[in-house]
Design a protein around this ligand. Sequence first.
Ligand SMILES: Nc1ncnc2c1ncn2[C@@H]1O[C@H](COP(=O)(O)OP(=O)(O)OP(=O)(O)O)[C@@H](O)[C@H]1O
Ligand SMILES: [Mg+2]
Length: 413
Amino acid sequence: MNKQLLFYGQAEFESTKTLFHSLGYEMISLSFFLDDVKDLSKFTLCQHGVYVIDVSVLGGGYYNINAIQSIGESIFRLFQNKEIIYICDDKYFDKLRYELRYCFENFIDIKDKYNISFEALPTPVIITDKQHSKITDFTTEEFEVFFKSFRESLYGHEKFKDDFYEIAKSFRLFNKIGEHKVLSLFLLGESGVGKTEVARALYKCLGGKENLAKVNFGNYSNEFSLSSLIGSARGYIGSEDGEIFIRVRNTDVGVILIDEFEKSNATLFNFFLDVLESGKMVSSQALEIDINGFIIIFTSNIPKEDFPVRISPELRSRFDYKGHFTRLSNQDKRKYVEYRINSIIKKYNEHYNESLETDVVNYFIRTIPVDKYENMRDINKKIKMEFVKYIENVKSSQQNKGILTPNVLNILL
Ligand SMILES: Nc1ncnc2c1ncn2[C@@H]1O[C@H](COP(=O)(O)OP(=O)(O)OP(=O)(O)O)[C@@H](O)[C@H]1O
Ligand SMILES: [Mg+2]
């Protein structure tokens, strides 16, 4: 059993760091080790030398409360170096004094231990200085305009659009009175039916000009990948912001897309439980990003029947909307073809200074057998193929008539 866990106040963190650095200690966050517990070389790294390990990550709400004790018991055993000093943010004093009671003998304030007093620094609170465009900031008229364009951007899924409209209205109202912080949608369904498109359309209709905040959880399937997502603690080896914070900071719209949600794990699920409840994302550096008024879209390809098995009941009940996207009707697919052809023609005309008429749309609707495709990506490929063929035909007939323009020649070469 380790002897002591020392606690520092959040405002004292910098001073604590300076203190240990001046004593020649290297500071590391426990998240560095939790990321991949199988990588024992990390533990041997600390075999010798002077290290301070900050264990605050255990208290931060990322790990299920029932798991902290067992994580603690299994991980601290792996540190053979008895000289290591363990420290922790005093925010978690009560919680960790209890959960880690079998790992440490004493739980003490760092100031008492060293008999020092720190100069108190202001608590670092970093709320993004960025203004995100959010549906909660719209006037009723603006919201109606926004929703109309959202409806038009997403083909089919009429039931979803109706439900979403009602939920979004209620969200706007309850968000204003502080009762509903984040709107969460969980969208299930086969590939290429428009789940991700919901987030893209929301982004566009909310006036996004930068990047949609998108995180693919397929990249976070490792059991201890939390620190890549929320960053490792400040001031330590490998300290940096996690992907999700970078994405939120780099977007101008209050929408976050989490793709392939089922690929994540219990730790990340817990992180999101907390986010949905509090409307805040707390990084492992204990810095907060306020995401009040945001919409988070979770998407997944898992079959509908697997949903209750793969996603915990606590989390399931937190989603404001759970929807299953079915295949689009042939009529909606035709609408999609029409939209794509129109936009391709527009771009083509602009780029090549041509004047293809949009009435050719009907030609494509007749040519593309939409009933043969379920994934809109496949329809898109077919549209492109048919468009190239069409252009080639136009060109060869122009050539036969001797009206080949230099522009066209460029394309054909
Ligand atoms: N209902 C739809 N309305 C408008 N565009 C759509 C719709 N469904 C699909 N698309 C278009 O098809 C492409 C694929 O759709 P999307 O990326 O939303 O698929 P997905 O359901 O997220 O699939 P996956 O599960 O494979 O990620 C996108 O380029 C999108 O523009
Ligand atoms: Mg997708």
